[in-house]
Design a protein around this ligand. Structure first.
Ligand SMILES: C[S@@+](CC[C@H](N)C(=O)[O-])C[C@H]1O[C@@H](n2cnc3c(N)ncnc32)[C@H](O)[C@@H]1O
Length: 212
């Protein structure tokens, strides 16, 4: 599916988030508390938005994705891109200063395995910040959000890209475990102080933690 939507992925993303995804990404990277030269893995990097943003902040970024189509459409500004499964990271233990991901968690078939791999690969004291969609808790906001994502987004996807994929993507929020369970999974993977930061009235969340 990601191979198929790769060529128009960035354009659809900008339209369906009103360009707000750039702000969410900046906020996510702020939460990583990076230092110049840090080695940071972007898991499920897609077309490389985080990879380029990390490079602009002076980090040494590595983008990893399973989809050859997404990687072939990625722009990496001289950073490394790798095709691999996030559940089996091709990096040494404790070799990363930090890891980030954008809208990928709900697409991982085995989320605990991916988090366990991050726990292995991030060094003690290293941080993770995982950006994902969420459901607003306010009833009215939630209704508007559902109308947009279940009604408008599949139509935009059909016009600009692949209708089936953009019917799946909004529905895939259902694959995400509830917040308490997600935070428990981070703790089980070795991340202390696991926290959920809510943006856009709860429509988007960033999960953070520090490797014990
Ligand atoms: C919704 S896209 C997000 C892309 C990008 N991170 C962004 O913020 O726009 C999810 C990405 O996760 C990738 N993905 C899904 N399962 C994966 C896995 N097991 N290992 C690596 N990448 C995976 C997909 O190929 C896709 O590029």
């Amino acid at each position: 599916m990601f191979d198929a939507i790769a060529p128009r992925y960035d354009a659809v993303n900008t339209v369906m988030t009103f360009g707000l995804d750039g702000w969410w990404r900046r906020r996510t990277l702020d939460l990583l508390e990076l230092h110049p030269g840090d080695v940071v893995l972007d898991v499920g990097c897609g077309t490389g938005d985080f990879v380029r943003a990390l490079a602009r902040r002076g980090a040494r970024a590595v983008g990893l994705d399973l989809s050859a189509g997404m990687l072939s459409c990625a722009r990496a500004d001289g950073q490394l891109l790798v095709r691999a499964d996030a559940a089996s990271l091709p990096v040494r233990a404790a070799s990363l200063d930090a890891a980030v991901s954008g809208f990928a968690l709900r697409n991982f078939a085995d989320l605990p395995a991916v988090l366990a791999e991050l726990g292995r690969a991030v060094r003690p004291g290293g941080r993770i910040a995982l950006l994902e969609v969420d459901m607003p808790s306010n009833h009215l906001v939630r209704r508007g959000y559902e109308l947009w994502f279940r009604g408008a987004v599949p139509r935009i996807g059909r016009l600009l890209s692949d209708g089936d994929a953009y019917r799946y993507l909004p529905r895939s929020v259902a694959y995400l475990p509830p917040p308490e369970e997600l935070l428990g999974m981070l703790a089980a993977a070795g991340f202390a102080g696991a926290r959920r930061h809510r943006l856009l009235a709860g429509g988007v969340q960033v999960l953070t933690g520090t490797r014990r």
